[in-house]
Design a protein around this ligand. Structure first.
Ligand SMILES: *Cc1c(COP(=O)(O)O)cnc(C)c1O
Length: 454
């Protein structure tokens, strides 16, 4: 008569003390590890697994990462993709985030030990990047910057805005609703396609808090259109002769003009043209962390900074660290992806296509993130069967997660937004998704043909 196998189930304390579980507990916490062990022990008690397999089953059940957020390789060709976190941070920004993750002098002068202005380094970097701005402020995101500006300048009063600029940003999120939430009243002027200076002038009165100019970043109106430039708006005054501040929402976060995107507004140009302040996102074309930037007239920026709402919208030390490093460091990945030419991309795409036995096709990448809607970014993709696209997105085991796109019945793997040193990871993922035999030897023309990594 044999012993009850359940008596050989390893004890929780024994497993928790074993090196792989100790290492896992350091990463994931003891609670998660204990839960995985308990559930494997339960399976063994029920007889669905052997007691000898409890440790392996528990280890296999542990998540790979402490966070459930899964890193994704962006093979969509869409540079600023909101659903996968917009801008990837540059290596120097990532380093700055890691350094700032502990205790850090975010609000202290280490020389005197006294309290200092929060995030002064990031704000100084912004002012250096945009010398036309007298003051700078960073808040949680572009929408927060707009809410803060309209609240501080126009709560209980009117915000004058053209009907051609009443945009929906995305995810059903509408500018008029955002402004209504601040307690300011929206005073719409002009029509969808045409607004003139006299429309603004007629609407301005003692109740005017500010004029708002919004870059309609995610669509274009062509044809019989007319809008009023900042140069003209700059001169508008209330009946008592006081100047009306002009808040300009540029959205994309370009600080200076980019010749590749001639229709995309930038902070320097719009301030010079007469905007009192501009608001923008940090994680679109600036290529930094999620943030809302306010740049412009020092006195108006100071009014925003002192408004009680600012305290509720302020950014954390990780954001400040990433923002400063993005502004001071080398060009961020978003800028590299945006400016990668078809000629530069071709050898990499050809090498990948040859390695996995697929065709190269011409494709247009996109700026995305509600920016530069009409601008194609010519490049190339490896064409794959549509069936492979979900497999790339949800691979078996530890393979990298690759987000490809589907266009007119084809799966497309676009390398534009992928750093060249990740091409090998894309190849591994593609080989698995295409069902290639990964045990093939390198000299059979399979995995031997690696693209050069730079
Ligand atoms: C993206 C965008 C916003 C919103 O910015 P978030 O950083 O996403 O909050 C506001 N206005 C315009 C014109 C935009 O393009």
């Amino acid at each position: 008569m044999s012993e009850d196998p359940r008596r050989t189930i390893p004890r929780t304390d024994t497993l928790l003390a074993a090196p792989p579980f100790v290492a896992a507990a350091e990463r994931l916490g003891r609670g998660a590890v204990r839960a995985a062990i308990t559930s494997a022990q339960q399976q063994a008690r029920e007889g669905s697994i052997a007691p000898a397999d409890v440790a392996d089953v528990a280890l296999g059940r542990l998540p790979h990462r402490a966070s459930s957020l899964t890193p994704v390789i962006n093979a969509t060709g869409v540079v600023v993709h909101t659903n996968i976190g917009r801008a990837p941070l540059s290596p120097s920004a990532i380093e700055a985030v890691v350094d700032a993750a502990g205790y850090v002098d975010v609000e202290m002068d280490l020389g005197t030990g006294a309290r200092s202005r929060r995030g002064a380094g990031a704000l100084a970097a912004l002012l250096e990047a945009v010398p036309d701005a007298g003051g700078a402020l960073a808040v949680n995101n572009g929408a927060a910057a707009l809410v803060l500006a309209t609240t501080a300048l126009a709560a209980g009063r009117e915000v004058v805005v053209s009907r051609g600029e009443m945009v929906e940003i995305g995810d059903g999120f509408r500018l008029p609703d955002l402004i209504a939430s601040t307690g300011a009243r929206l005073r719409e002027v002009g029509t969808t396609n045409r607004t003139h200076l006299r429309d603004y002038a007629d609407a301005i009165g003692p109740e005017t808090g500010c004029v708002l100019k919004v870059h309609p970043s995610n669509f274009r109106v062509d044809g019989f259109v007319s809008s009023v430039g900042l140069e003209e708006l700059d001169g508008l005054t209330r009946p008592d002769g006081s100047a009306v501040p002009v808040v300009a929402d540029i959205g994309s976060g370009l600080l200076a003009p980019d010749p590749l995107l001639p229709d995309e507004p930038d902070a320097a140009t719009w301030l010079r043209a007469g905007a009192t302040i501009v608001t923008a996102s940090g994680d679109k074309l600036l290529g930094g962390p999620q943030a809302g930037l306010v740049l412009g007239d020092a006195e108006v920026v100071e009014r925003l900074r002192r408004h009680p709402l600012q305290r509720a919208l302020r950014v954390d030390k990780l954001t400040l660290a990433a923002l400063e490093a993005t502004l001071r460091g080398p060009l961020p990945p978003v800028t590299a992806a945006l400016h990668a030419t078809a000629d530069e991309l071709l050898p990499r795409v050809e090498a990948l296509a040859a390695a996995v036995g697929r065709e190269v096709v011409a494709v247009d990448g996109r700026v995305g993130g509600g920016g530069a809607p009409g601008v194609p970014l010519p490049g190339w993709a490896v064409e794959v069967p549509v069936d492979a696209v979900p497999l790339l997105r949800r691979p078996d085991g530890d393979l990298p997660v690759v987000l490809a796109r589907v266009d007119r019945g084809r799966g497309l793997v676009d390398l534009r937004c992928i750093p060249a040193d990740r091409d090998a990871d894309v190849e591994v993922a593609l080989r698995a998704a295409l069902g290639h035999n990964d045990t093939a030897s390198p000299d059979d023309g399979g995995s031997g043909e690696r693209p050069p990594s730079s």
